[in-house]
Design a protein around this ligand. Structure first.
Ligand SMILES: [Ca+2]
Ligand SMILES: [Ca+2]
Ligand SMILES: [Ca+2]
Length: 182
């Protein structure tokens, strides 16, 4: 079961226009911020393609939780949706685990197969997380303290983010913990 604090974190992270729910337009804004990390040239076909993939991929997944089909996913809808998700491990894998690999590739800006503290910080700050909070997150995430997150570590953190009720679990820092200060 996903904790309420974790879903508030997730909603805050993706709710780019800060109106308390996630819409496709939020993904348009968030995708622009993420594509900025890629080093692709704005206006190039590659940039447009990645942007479109991120918007379509992200919204396709989240819209499943739009219980009343009004185009907005509220916290209540997310809570109900994630309860259903945890009851279906195949769907959980498709909605949470598979996209984790794409996220990893996006954050791993130099594509060396590992996320450094600087790369993770750049990602969170690009997503408008407070820089001090972004800096505080990495030591919690990097459990073995080698300065990097491997692909396996990252996917495990993502799984933990959505499955652990422990407010102090490493995975709870993945999005910078929007619900509390540093
Ligand atoms: Ca919104
Ligand atoms: Ca809705
Ligand atoms: Ca890297």
């Amino acid at each position: 079961m996903t904790s309420c604090a974790r879903l508030i974190d997730m909603l805050t992270f993706w709710d780019a226009d800060r109106d308390g729910a996630i819409e496709e337009s939020d993904y348009e804004i968030a995708a622009g911020r993420m594509v900025g990390l890629s080093g692709l040239q704005p206006g190039s076909p590659e940039y447009a393609q990645l942007h479109r993939q991120l918007v379509e991929g992200g919204w396709q997944l989240l819209r499943q939780f739009d219980g009343d089909s009004d185009g907005r996913v509220t916290l209540e809808e997310a809570l109900a949706g994630f309860d259903g998700l945890h009851a279906d491990s195949q769907r959980f894998h498709k909605v949470i685990i598979e996209p984790s690999y794409s996220f990893f590739d996006l954050i791993d800006a130099d594509h060396d197969g590992r996320i450094t503290a600087a790369e993770h910080h750049a990602f969170l700050v690009a997503m408008t997380v407070d820089p001090a909070r972004a800096a505080a997150a990495f030591p919690h995430l990097d459990a073995d303290g080698d300065g990097f997150l491997s692909r396996e570590e990252y996917v495990q953190l993502m799984e933990e983010f959505y499955t652990s009720d422990d407010p102090d679990s490493a995975g709870s820092w993945l999005l910078g913990k929007a619900d509390q200060g540093v």
